[in-house]
Structure formats: C-alpha cells, structure tokens
Design a protein around this ligand. Sequence first.
Ligand code: 5AD
Ligand code: SF4
Length: 366
Amino acid sequence: MNCLQDDEVLDLPETPSRACLAGLLDGGGPDQRLFDAAEARLRRDIGPRVYLRGLVEISNRCRKNCFYCGLRRDCASVDRYTIPPEEILEALEGGYRLGLRSFLLQSGEMLGKDHIETVARLLRECSSVIPGSRMVLSLGELPPETYDMLREAGGDRYLLRIETSSPLLYRRYHPDDGVHSHRERLKALEYLRSSGWQTGTGVLIGLPEQSTEDLADDLLFMKGMDIDMIGMGPYIESPGTPMPELFEGIPAPGVRTLRTLRMIALARLMMPGINIAATTALQTITPDGLERGLMAGANVVMPNLTPSRYRENYDLYSGKTEVRDNPETMIAALRRRCGETGRKIIMEDPGDPLHFLRRMEKGVDR
Ligand code: 5AD
Ligand code: SF4
C-alpha cells in the first residue's frame, strides 16, 4: 500500500497509518517525490538554513554492552580515553572562534560521580568561555537527579536515542543482563522530555531482522513523544562485535541508505518544526550521505571537534568519516557542500528547533 497522491507534492497526513509508512519505507512510492516534499516542507517552515553542532567525544568508556557497538564494554581492543577538561574547553573554544554556537558533549554511559561532576564543571565554565552557546549532552541513561543537576549546571539539550521503539527488538540487540532495559531507557527519555530539556532521540536503521513496520512504529513513537530533535542513522557493521554471529542477513548498504533517507523525509513531514541531523553514520555508509540527507529534509550537521589524537578511538563502527580533518577545513568543506545543495550554513546561531520555541511560547512545559 502507498499513500502518495497524484498531485505534485506528497500530501501526507501528520500522523500517517503504520501500513502507509511501512509501504513508503519499503520503497512503495516514488522516492524523489517523497524527498522533494520533505525538503519543500523544510524550506517553508525553517528555510534553507543548516545548523552546525560542534561534537566533542569526551570519553569512549562505557558500562554497556550493546551488541552492535564498537565501544561496548567487552571490546577489549579499544584504547579507552577520557579527555582532560582543559583539552575539551580548548576544542570548544576553537569551535567558538570559527562561529559555532552549539556544542555536543558525547561519551559512553558512565554512572561514576567523577565523570558527571567533570561534565557539570565544564558546563559551568562554558557560560563564560563560549557565551551564548547551547550545550547538548549525550551521556546515556542517568538518574533523574543527575539530569536535573546537569541542567542546572548549564545543559540545554539532551540526546538519548531509544535505538528501537520495539521492546522485543531492543531485547535482541542488547544483552539480557539487567543493565540493558528498554523500559528504563524509555523512562529516562520521558523524564528528559518532561523536565525542560530540549530533547532528542533516534533509532538505528537497517538492523538485521528489523522490518519496515518496526521503522514505521519508530516514527510514530517519536511523533508521540513530541521530541525536538532527531539523530538517526544506518546501522554499520563494527568489527569485533557479536552482531554477525547473532544474526544473518544485514540489509545491503544501499537498502540501509535509502531506508535512512526515507525515515528522514517522513520524520520531516510528520514533525515539521524539529531539527534532524544528517548523521555521521549516514555520511559514512555513502560518500554523498550529507547532501542526500539534507535533500531529504535534514537541517543539522555535526562537525567533529574531538582532538585528533583521540578521534580514531571513538570507533562506534568501521570507517567513521572525518578522522583526519581539522575543524576549519571541515567547516569550509561543509559550507561548500551545503551550498551545492542550495542550502546555507548559519554561523553564530545556536539553531534552536522551531518546535521547541513554539512549545516554550505556549508555556506548557516549564
Ligand atoms: N552503527 C551505527 N550506529 C551505531 N551506534 C552504535 N553502534 C553503531 C553502529 N554499529 C549509534 C547508537 C548510539 C550512538 C552513539 O551511536 O545509536 O546511540
Ligand atoms: Fe555504550 Fe552507546 Fe555503544 Fe551502547 S551504543 S555500548 S551505550 S557507547
């Protein structure tokens, strides 16, 4: 089944049926029309603007053991690091000088007090070192009081990918050891969403045994959560992880790419005011992932500011791009590539999601 109309632009309801979404995700409609409709919607609501987030991968230590991830606890070959705060601040300042006004601090999940307190201290310093910037955190599932503490310290946005909205699939891609719980992850995400954070989530696309119905459910889940940002990308094989032994039949890279682009386009049509990233994974699985992501409705790109001597150790999956570029070269390349798709990088602007600004105006959340 598909729900494409005959007219020029796809006339999708904001909450399409699961069957309609699954049909489109399967390639049941003309993709180009879907992408064009999503980009048209983006231009109408947000304009040609592309926002940058400077990413610093502050530590690759993780207490979790997700079957798909190259940083999982049991991956003994990973050279573990935690960047000293001075070096993180230096990287942030470098990005600030280049015009970035929004920064993402990312790490594996760690519950230890030291890590969280270091981040809180950093956040407090950021208000004077890189004033007017939005600080985005992606540090995994933490207790509600820790989220509150980080917010008070200066955190603005939090990204916690649900990875899959299906509890059944979640169980299959994660060990059943009491540490990995879909219910707990959902609770953490719900807490973030209800406690004043700009909240982002996302899913992995093209995992083995994941159907287009599952992905349709993911879109409906994200819509139902009323989130502000999405970061989602294709699953990419990661050497040394148990995924290949556990599953057969990973979809071909071309299939994973197209499903990701369709997910982006459908998310844009269903949630017009949110920020959607053209993720590193999408840029890794296909060399023109950035352009194709933008042309399917993404409006955020995340140049990597992690100091180069740490960067190659943040290996979630094989072939992660940009390992050798310095921030200046990277931003220049992004500016050129975005320009070639008729879009414009906006500097010195934190790029709050329209959706968040609207819900603040309504005053329903705080
Ligand atoms: N391929 C693509 N994305 C991955 N992630 C982890 N492992 C992989 C992989 N093999 C993503 C997860 C996680 C984010 C930090 O990286 O979605 O939330
Ligand atoms: Fe840790 Fe995140 Fe990798 Fe899972 S996906 S092992 S939580 S870094």
